[in-house]
Design a protein around this ligand. Structure first.
Ligand code: 3PZ
Ligand code: ZN
Length: 344
């Protein structure tokens, strides 16, 4: 296998082996993250054209066992539901064209439960209590005053939850349940003078938060709020000598920023401001061409997360033989078309 090409077959074998391995440290580390790991692994397989290598019914049955009575999904069977795992579950079901197994209202209702944590973050109200109070309240009235979303996992408002909530509701055709204008206003309130976005108003610009804010603005048709030249400049400055992208000035490059930075550049039509060939070479240099998998940097340990964001980054860079991926939904374009256009 040449260093200069994608070891696609090895990466497929690696993903399938992680799915099957139960006792390794990695699967223990990712036990509570398993719902995310399933989304990262299966989307990688789909981009490589090998989603049929897994038993879809087995995966779907496992996903539904992770659904909580509140409607949200947990990271694994018996764990607590969180908005992050709910998005991964919805995205994975979309891969298999199985969103119809969901009660979309129950799932989208649960997303608002994380909104009310912001009202009483120290209430220690269990999700069950919140869900009871929720069903007595008007859904639209539950969104935070400032339009923001909050997450039980972090207990505070964060633009990550704006993206997770908006993308999940959009995939469920339930965006009309929230005050989109207020949600957009909150995201715009997190825009910095450097054109970037942070976790909260005044928070430092970071590539991960920029992806979440630009993605949420793209989904809601609100990209006119972005100063594309100013943000494009901050983003293209993330490319370092090696061709890799970092998340903030002076930081080391990392393959997962090939997604956070690149998808943002594509959404604001400034991707031509970076050297695509050098970035492709950087991602390919982070592969384990022997055993499969991609790491954050050359010669580091591979993992499912960086394998996904490396392959997804190559897809955004139009590397040959890969399915196109949607930069805002982080799902293959044919999957997004099927969800929104009903196209088979
Ligand atoms: C190995 O130490 C870790 C550290 C943190 C985490 S985590 O909090 O669950 N998480 C997901 C994640 C999964 C894997 C894998 N397999 C590896 C890393 C990684 N990071 C850490 C990371 C990636 N690039 C640099 N850094 C430091 C991101 C983080 C946050 C995140 C969650 C969901 C979606 C996007 C981002 C997991 C493992
Ligand atoms: Zn990383």
């Amino acid at each position: 296998m040449q260093m200069g090409e994608l070891a696609a077959d090895e990466h497929v074998k690696y993903i399938l082996s992680v799915e099957k391995r139960k006792d390794s440290l990695e699967s223990v580390v990712s036990e509570h993250l398993r719902m995310n790991g399933v989304y990262w692994g299966l989307t990688t397989l789909d981009i490589l054209g090998k989603l049929d290598a897994v038993d879809s019914n087995e995966v779907i049955q496992w996903i539904m066992k992770c659904q909580h009575e509140s409607g949200g999904f947990a990271g694994n069977i018996g764990h607590d539901p969180h908005i992050l795992y709910t998005l991964s579950a919805v995205q994975t079901l979309a891969l298999f064209d199985k969103l119809d197994v969901l009660d979309a209202d129950a799932v989208s209702n649960c997303i608002f439960l994380f909104v009310i944590c912001f009202y009483a973050p120290n209430s220690h109200a269990s999700l069950e209590t919140l869900s009871l109070s929720f069903f007595k309240s008007d859904i639209a009235g539950l969104q935070n005053e400032d339009g923001s979303f909050s997450g039980d996992m972090w207990g505070e408002v964060d633009t990550r939850f704006s993206y997770i909530g908006i993308s999940c509701l959009a995939l469920l055709h339930r965006l009309h349940k929230i005050n989109v204008e207020k949600a957009v206003d909150y995201i715009v309130s997190c825009k910095n003078v450097d054109g970037g976005f942070g976790c909260t108003p005044g928070g430092e610009s970071h590539a991960g938060q920029i992806f979440c804010c630009v993605g949420a603005l793209a989904i809601t048709g609100s990209l006119h709020h972005v100063d594309k030249d100013l943000l494009g400049w901050w983003l293209c400055e993330r490319q370092v000598k090696s061709g890799g992208l970092n998340g903030r000035p002076e930081k080391l490059p990392d393959v997962c920023y090939s997604w956070w930075v690149l998808s943002s550049l594509i959404m604001i039509d400034r991707v031509h401001w970076i050297n695509k060939e050098k970035l492709i070479k950087f991602i390919l240099s982070c592969q384990d061409t022997e055993n499969g998998g991609i790491s954050d940097r050359p010669d580091d340990a591979v993992d499912v997360f960086h394998t996904y964001f490396g392959v997804a980054g190559l897809s955004l860079l139009e590397y040959g033989g890969l399915k196109a991926i949607d930069p805002a939904y982080a799902l293959p374009v044919d999957v997004v078309n099927r969800v929104f256009l009903g196209k088979k």
